[in-house]
Design a protein around this ligand. Structure first.
Ligand SMILES: Nc1ncnc2c1ncn2[C@@H]1O[C@H](COP(=O)(O)OP(=O)(O)OP(=O)(O)O)[C@@H](O)[C@H]1O
Length: 689
């Protein structure tokens, strides 16, 4: 058989046939008839017909597709179709507007448009209904796969992965022989074919005529353009959906954030605001978005900061609908990508009290002590505890008087925890801060108020204590000029930062502590009388350890147990060592000193039981000195004590403290080394090394 010019144009990625003339067309028809008639068909005889088409014919035959069937018989049931439509929702959404746009022309020009998914199912169709109702029966749900209909434009398009124009005689089914089919693939971003867009049309002109060929190449272009349009629409829908999800996730995140988040444009107009932001501004979500400027006071720096493109923090008094509120606003500028100018800004708003309490919980003292933690049963101590419990109930200022180490801070914490435990506890030791810094430490300062000041200003301890307790330890060391300012704060309950323009309301309870005799300092004009009288209304005297009798034993045991428990060890204290702690020492460092002495002894004792010699040297020397003094004054604490006994004991203690180093023991006893040697001899003391 001679083979006239039926060819695929290799340089355009379209599978099509160009007919040189009538004979070419007739040859093509002949070939197909020959194939259908001869089961021992030899592909070599048809080498001018695209091998892809021949391959498809052969497969169609293997699938036992009836080439002479009169209708498209396979169609999905409703349920399966519904699932298909759901799966292809995006695809249908992207294709439908295009098909709708071409529907009118399609009807007039007798063509039918169809969207066929990768499994061959027609999922959308528009166009000439007569056409679809008769020969092609192109109803939604019909199956256009190769094994259902044999070779067709859609199946070849999937197979060849490129657009196809298929003249009816080349289709497998005789049903399609008077039609021409076009199909173009719709791909996703990875190149996978999701579906094909199809156009079917009766062959109205003689296919070998130029007019037909021009028209059909235009139609092919239309189908390719439609497929590309669907592809980009799909991308847009996907990006839009991804953006919408991101937006929704962002919105939900911002809703649960307990900071106010507000986006404004460069003029202050609010563009976006979260729930907490609305609450801060006291506005309803449904109200029209206002300008942030409506909430700013005349002194506000916020807008000038934004105009200058300055990121950072600024403290602002916001004029909310109900009250004037102080907020720390964190400004994040967004720049225009093209011009580089300020485009908008995101503001994060936090109430100052919240920031302060956060700072306190991180940096401040955590008040852990409660009255139950304060050890002691002596009447003097119990009296102080009872007073403190009573005073805790009022909101008045309290003055704690006691020597160093008696437990003043523990009392302050216990009072705080009995009355304002959820609020801040701010402790300031007036003796520990350099005099020139006390003022800024207590009262805070505004931005740039002095060299070295923090850029954005800083609240003082009084502000930080708002709602809670300010514990001023060693108040006797507060510079006299500051005492007047403190007094005014106590009277007015208002504080003004250094360099500030306006006062801020503060509500706190002051607990002051001193180990000095403030009344005498008032006499000598080192402490202001008016402040002293204001502070001393509710005062508590905490007794020194030496006046707490059996509490020494109780506290010793308590510190021993707690430390051993902490270290996971077991130690006991001998009655002799306990006796020395109880009776023979003045405890100038009070409870703190006792605690340290016990810790020392536990670590010094080699054996399980703490002996007198395990006690700290300073303590032993103190005991020795006390004994010596006691001896000199001939004060006998116990029966049977003689002057000689006292002196002998003092020497024994001093030698024990100095590890039998005679020179050092003599120094401790404040006598000459030779004198000590004489006395060692006199009292028959054996020096053990
Ligand atoms: N009643 C007590 N019960 C248990 N421990 C106590 C008691 N009193 C004091 N302490 C201990 O003594 C230590 C010192 O107490 P605190 O710091 O309160 O004394 P202070 O009087 O404030 O001293 P300073 O005047 O030197 O500041 C505490 O760490 C604690 O271990």
């Amino acid at each position: 058989m001679t083979q006239p010019g039926i060819s695929e144009q290799a340089d355009i990625p379209v599978l099509t046939q160009y007919l040189k003339g009538k004979e070419t067309y007739e040859f093509m028809v002949e070939c197909k008839e020959d194939f259908l008639k001869n089961s021992d068909f030899n592909p070599q005889d048809y080498s001018t017909i695209n091998p892809l088409i021949i391959g498809s014919w052969l497969r169609s035959r293997n699938y036992q597709v009836d080439p002479f069937k009169k209708s498209i018989d396979s169609s999905l049931n409703c349920e399966v179709l519904a699932k298909k439509e759901k799966k292809n929702k995006l695809l249908i959404e992207a294709t439908l507007p295009l098909m709708e746009a071409f529907k009118g022309i399609a009807i007039k020009s007798s063509y039918n448009l169809g969207l066929i998914d990768q499994d061959g199912i027609l999922i959308l169709t528009r166009g000439n209904l007569n056409l679809s109702a008769t020969a092609l029966s192109a109803t939604v749900g019909s199956d256009w796969s190769e094994n259902a209909q044999g070779t067709n434009a859609h199946s070849l398009c999937l197979q060849g992965r490129k657009p196809v124009q298929l003249l009816g005689p080349l289709a497998y089914g005789e049903l399609f022989k008077d039609f021409i089919g076009y199909a173009a693939p719709i791909r996703d971003e990875s190149g996978e074919i999701l579906a094909t867009i199809n156009l079917a049309q009766p062959i109205l002109y003689k296919p070998w005529e130029n007019k037909f060929q021009v028209l059909s190449s235009h139609t092919m272009s239309l189908i390719i353009a439609m497929a590309l349009a669907v592809e980009s629409k799909l991308q847009v829908i996907k990006s839009y959906n991804a953006l919408s999800y991101t937006h929704k996730r962002l919105e939900s995140t911002l809703e649960i954030v307990d900071e106010g988040i507000i986006t404004i444009d460069k003029y202050g107009q609010i563009l976006n605001i979260n729930k907490e932001g609305n609450r801060i501004l006291g506005r309803r979500e449904s109200d029209e978005l206002p300008s942030i400027c409506n909430y700013l006071s005349g002194e506000s720096r916020l807008m000038s900061m934004i105009n200058a493109g300055e990121n950072g923090n600024v403290e602002e008094s916001l004029l909310g609908s109900k009250r004037r509120n102080n907020y720390l606003i964190n400004v994040n500028i967004i720049y225009d990508l093209n011009t580089g100018e300020v485009e908008s800004a995101v503001l994060r708003l936090n109430h100052i009290d919240k920031i302060n309490s956060l700072a306190n919980s991180r940096l401040g003292v955590v008040p852990t002590y409660r009255f139950n933690d304060l050890m002691g049963k002596s009447p003097e101590f119990l009296k102080a505890i009872q007073l403190a419990k009573n005073f805790a109930q009022s909101s008045e200022n309290i003055l704690l008087i006691g020597e160093s180490g008696t437990g003043k801070e523990l009392f302050a914490q216990s009072i705080h925890n009995a009355s304002r435990s959820q609020e801040p506890f701010i402790a300031v030791n007036c003796a520990a801060i350099p005099r020139n810094l006390i003022e800024s430490e207590l009262f805070g300062y505004e931005k740039g108020s002095f060299t070295g000041a923090d850029r954005s200003g800083r609240p003082g301890k009084i502000e930080l204590a708002n709602g809670g307790t300010l514990f001023l330890d060693e108040i006797g060391d507060m510079p006299i000029e500051l005492q007047a300012v403190l007094l005014r704060v106590l009277q007015d309950k208002q504080v003004m930062r250094i360099g500030g323009q306006h006062s801020r309301r503060v509500d706190f309870r002051l607990i002051a502590a001193t180990n000095k005799e403030l009344d005498k300092m008032v006499d000598t004009k080192f402490f202001r009388g008016d402040l002293f009288f204001r502070l001393s209304v509710l005062s508590i005297e905490i007794p020194p350890l030496r006046k707490r009798g059996h509490d020494i034993q109780l506290l010793s045991q308590y510190f021993l147990d707690s430390y051993c428990h902490k270290m996971g060890i077991r130690k006991a204290i001998s009655p002799e060592a306990l006796g020395m702690l109880r009776k023979k020492y003045d405890w100038p460092g009070n409870v703190r000193q006792l605690e340290n002495a016990i810790i020392y002894a536990i670590n010094a004792a080699v054996e399980h039981v703490i002996k007198p010699e395990d006690l700290p040297a300073t303590l032993v020397s103190g005991i020795a000195l006390k004994n010596t003094m006691d001896c000199k004054e001939v004060i006998f604490e116990e029966q049977g004590h003689t002057l000689k006994n006292c002196e002998r004991n003092a020497i024994l203690n001093a030698l024990a403290a100095k590890n039998n180093n005679v020179a050092e023991a003599a120094l401790l006893l404040n006598i000459a080394k030779s004198t000590l040697y004489k006395k060692i001899k006199k009292y028959h003391i054996k020096l053990r090394y």
